[in-house]
Each structure stands twice: as structure tokens, then as C-alpha cells.
Design a protein around this ligand. Structure first.
Ligand code: MF3
Ligand code: CO
Ligand code: CO
Length: 336
């Protein structure tokens, strides 16, 4: 588009006689972004919604969270107490280790040509093999057992019949309900050979997650986490997604506290030993802004540039922080 735009106080281009700022300027500002999207200036091959397979079943003997028994999938009574006792922490450890095991099985299955629905099937079987329930299945109406977020999809991508292509990046987000607890983790991985900028995005996002975790200490505040993340992402020119946050987790999938990945001075929730929550930064190659698909779930970058995410569930300890969703045998990177 190469039209000369009027200044805010000039007459509007539409001939109304009104000042541009009082007439079409607000609408034009909104449309600037959507015209970039329509032209696909930065992304000639955006991800499109595909065909979603019928809902997979879970045997009746697998214990399920309350929302999975309700038609609307909405969770029931909220738990206020966010400090877990030793028994709850032990159950969190086993749920989180199981989530990691499912995630590792999904990652091992990633290859050019596999559909995201086939990855959902791999995950679904892995949950059942461990005696767990796929936490996302039926959660507020979500139809699948994992989220698969490809390229410019920020989060909550629904597995469908789209085949992964060499050069794609894909986030696999796994949550299991096991022993009465949810364990939640995700990784973004490359599909075959990907361009250098995508590798750098994935690695920066990993550095953001680690920086956020490293900011966790008893007596600290939730806002320390986002502050540490933006300090890694923003100097390198990346956008930090604001619309989706980490969350307290345990008997409930999503509970207090909310964990922004940007610096929010108002996030003064104080960290205490026994709290468990996720940190799951979504980092964009361009703008931090998002758009939602009309499937009600999929969030994509507003500029259609790529986005990556890594997620761990962590426990605040007396000495620092323990990552609950590390692969078995991996050393803890921080005092715990
Ligand atoms: N696992 C996602 C998270 O990290 C939540 C997905 S909720 C869903 O919080 F309904 F979209 F699946
Ligand atoms: Co998750
Ligand atoms: Co999460």
C-alpha cells in the first residue's frame, strides 16, 4: 500500500471534512497490521486450521479431574491454599515426572510428515500407559490430549491433520493428571533442519525459562520472574507474550498465582516454600501481540512471525527452587 496518509489534524481522506484523527485514523491504525497479515509480508505460508479427529477415549478406571466429568469442562471449587505439604509434594513429583516422560515420547516422534494429530495419539497412549489422564482433554471444552503450536502459533494449537514440514518449529505442551495432581511441561523443537533464526529463537526461549526459574527464591516475589525473562529477551529484540501467563498448579490445573513472563510491578505475590507453579515464557521473533483463531483456542502472533515456548513446573524450596519436570537424572541447575 502506497497512499500518502494525512496528518492527524488534516482533513480525512474520505472527504467527510472531519479531522483525520476524529474520523478514519483509528480504523486505519488497526488495519495497518491486518493488511500486513493479509499480504503475508513476513510469512508467505501461515498455519491454517486443519481437520480435528474425533475425541479419543479414556478407560473408565482412570481417575479424572472434576472438570472432565462436567459437560462444560469448567473446573469446580477453587483451592485457595497454595502451600503443599510433604505428601502433596511427593504426588507432584510423580505427576511431573510422568508429564516429562510423555513429553519425551512425543518429542521422539517428531519428524517431517507426521501430523499433529498423530503426535496427539502418541501422547494419549503414553498418558494411559502411565495410568494418567490427559489434563487438557475436555478442559473448558478443549478437544485433545496435548497442545501442538506450530511456527507462528503462540500456544493452544489444536492437533489436526496438518503434517509437520521440514523447517517447521513445534511446541508440544503436555499436562497429565496423576495421583490427584497435574504436572505440566512443554518444549519447542525443530522439525528436521530449520533456519538459524528459528534455532536462535528456540535457544533464547530456553534461556528465558532458565532465567525465570533462577529468579525464584523463598521471600522473593512473582514479579522477579518476569523481570529476569525480559532482561534476556528484549535486548535481543524478541517480544515477550503478555496475554498468557504461568500458573499455580497441583490438585487444580490452573490456580493462583498467575505468573507473568513480562515485568509486572503489581505481581507482588510472595514466594514461599511448598508452592508449585509453572513458568512457561512464550517468546516472539517480532511483536508480543497476538490474535486468536475463531476455534476459540489457537493464539498466533499478530505479525505472523514465529513464536517459541518452553515450560517447567517448579517447586519453591527452603533454599531456592526445584524443577519438577526435568528429565529423570538431570541435575538441578539451581540451589534447592
Ligand atoms: N498446558 C497448557 C498450560 O501450560 C494449558 C493448555 S489448556 C488447553 O497451561 F485447554 F488449552 F489445553
Ligand atoms: Co502446559
Ligand atoms: Co502451564
Amino acid at each position: 500500500m502506497n497512499i500518502v496518509k494525512p496528518g492527524p489534524n488534516d482533513a480525512c481522506w474520505c472527504g467527510s471534512g472531519k479531522k483525520y484523527k476524529k474520523c478514519h485514523q483509528p480504523r486505519d491504525l488497526v488495519n495497518q497490521l491486518s493488511s500486513v497479515e493479509a499480504q503475508g509480508a513476513s510469512n508467505p505460508h501461515p498455519v491454517r486450521p486443519g481437520k480435528v479427529s474425533p475425541r479419543r477415549s479414556v478407560p473408565d478406571n482412570v481417575p479424572r479431574p472434576d472438570y472432565a466429568l462436567r459437560a462444560d469442562g469448567r473446573p469446580g471449587a477453587r483451592i485457595k491454599d497454595v502451600i503443599k505439604n510433604a505428601g502433596q509434594i511427593a504426588r507432584m513429583r510423580s505427576a511431573c515426572q510422568a508429564a516429562r516422560a510423555v513429553l519425551d515420547r512425543c518429542i521422539a516422534a517428531v519428524r517431517p510428515g507426521i501430523t499433529t494429530d498423530e503426535l496427539d495419539a502418541v501422547a494419549h497412549q503414553a498418558y494411559l500407559d502411565l495410568g494418567g489422564y490427559p489434563s487438557t482433554l475436555g478442559y473448558c471444552g478443549y478437544p485433545k490430549s496435548i497442545c501442538t503450536s506450530v511456527n507462528e502459533v503462540i500456544c493452544h494449537g489444536i492437533p489436526d491433520d496438518r503434517q509437520l514440514q521440514e523447517g517447521d518449529i513445534v511446541n508440544l505442551d503436555v499436562t497429565i493428571y496423576l495421583d490427584g495432581m497435574h504436572g505440566d511441561c512443554s518444549e519447542t523443537v525443530a522439525v528436521g533442519q530449520v533456519d538459524a533464526a528459528s534455532l536462535q529463537l528456540i535457544e533464547t526461549t530456553r534461556a528465558c525459562l532458565l532465567a525465570g526459574i533462577g529468579a525464584v527464591r523463598p521471600g522473593g516475589m512473582v514479579r522477579d520472574i518476569g523481570k529476569a525473562i525480559v532482561a534476556v529477551a528484549e535486548p535481543r529484540g524478541y517480544g515477550v507474550v503478555r496475554a498468557f501467563v504461568g500458573h499455580g498448579i497441583g490438585e487444580q490445573f490452573h490456580m493462583d498465582p498467575q505468573v507473568p513472563h513480562y515485568y509486572d510491578p503489581g505481581s507482588t505475590f510472595v514466594l514461599r516454600p511448598g508452592q508449585t507453579f509453572t513458568i512457561e515464557p512464550m517468546i516472539n521473533q517480532g511483536s508480543w501481540k497476538h490474535r486468536s483463531w475463531d476455534d476459540g483456542w489457537t493464539a498466533v502472533t499478530a505479525d505472523l512471525k514465529r513464536s517459541a515456548q518452553h515450560e517447567h513446573t517448579v517447586l519453591v524450596t527452603e533454599r531456592g527452587v526445584e524443577i519438577l519436570t526435568l528429565p529423570a537424572g538431570s541435575p538441578q541447575p539451581f540451589p534447592h
